[in-house]
Design a binder for this molecule. Structure first.
Ligand code: CP
Length: 307
């Protein structure tokens, strides 16, 4: 059986399919009791070759809240990957036990490679190196839908580590499919958005700057991100850049009253904790949307419905 659907990159679903997932997530939020048993008898394999709090916990909570069960690891040193087993051999083995797998891996393209050897088990990319993080994008879009009630006609500032920030790469890919969305790429020179992401955009769709204060007043959404220490070759370079942007209450004074501040988290220093009390700061609400949208994604890929 080769027609199984995986979710490896944001473009694996159409805009219409995204809408269906968001409608399902909305219904789960409204009436969670309807969904308590929809995945009864199904098993999620949770394969985290890199650390995670939100993605792993939200996927595992999602499956458990749907009545399914979870197996897996949060540290590959406890699996036979530590003995040198290849990724493909690992997932071909897991396919004999589980119905669906979610995988985070430090190597770009690893979930796609794994998906090519599958015959029955959908693979979900939970982040591959500095490349993509499409389920964070589902989380982000459900959050935007909730607070802005639209995906068109938005000015989105993405700020921080645009070079290695996989959540940002995925978000830009997904949001660029909507009408009249303009991006402000806000980063130090060393952490600019890679060309392979910009090449997918029309030049009129984005502007680049290193000055957050001068553009914050134009934004409908400010998407902050941390500098990704684990992707740097040089610790010295990381230390030089890590505090380049710090969003604080002073900067927030220049922002629109209905701008929202998003962040995939974890946060290091890039948002001062004083901002958490600002009602425009929605990053902790965003983490909850992540669980609901992942419930909807699991149901979609497993093709299960409420009876
Ligand atoms: N947003 C996100 O991917 O967080 P975790 O690394 O904690 O999963």
């Amino acid at each position: 059986m080769n027609n199984i659907r995986h979710f490896i990159e944001p473009g694996d679903f159409t805009i219409e399919e995204y809408d269906e997932i968001f409608r399902l997530a909305d219904d789960i939020i409204q009436t969670p009791e309807k969904y308590l048993d929809v995945c009864k008898g199904k098993l999620l394999a949770s394969l985290f070759f890199e650390p995670s709090t939100r993605t792993r916990f939200s996927f595992e909570s999602a499956m458990l809240r749907l009545g399914g069960q979870v197996v897996g690891f949060s540290d590959p040193s406890g699996s036979s990957a530590a003995k040198g087993e290849t990724l493909v051999d690992t997932v071909r083995t897991v396919e004999n036990y589980a119905d669906i797998a979610v995988m985070r891996h430090p190597k770009e393209g690893a979930p796609k490679l794994a998906s090519k050897s599958m015959t029955t088990m959908p693979i979900i990319n939970a982040g591959d190196g500095g490349h993509l993080h499409p389920t964070q994008t589902l989380t982000d879009l459900l959050t935007i839908r909730h607070y802005k009630n639209r995906f068109d006609d938005l000015v989105i500032g993405v700020c921080g580590d645009l070079k290695f920030g996989r959540t940002i790469h995925s978000l830009v890919r997904a949001m660029s499919r909507y009408e009249n969305v303009k991006f402000l790429f806000i980063s130090p020179q060393e952490l600019k958005m890679p060309d392979y992401i910009k090449d997918q955009l029309d030049k009129s769709q984005y502007t680049e700057t290193s000055d957050l204060q001068s553009v914050i007043g134009e934004l409908d959404i400010l998407y902050m991100s941390r500098v990704q220490r684990e992707r740097f070759v040089s610790e010295e370079e990381y230390l030089k850049l890590k505090d380049f942007f710090i969003l604080d209450n002073y900067k927030m004074k220049s922002a629109k009253q209905d701008m929202i501040v998003m962040h995939p988290l974890p946060r290091i220093n890039e948002i001062a904790t004083e901002v958490d009390k600002d009602e425009r700061a929605v990053y902790f609400q965003q983490t909850k949307f992540g669980m609901y949208v992942r419930m909807a994604l699991i149901m979609t890929l497993l093709e299960v419905e409420v009876q």
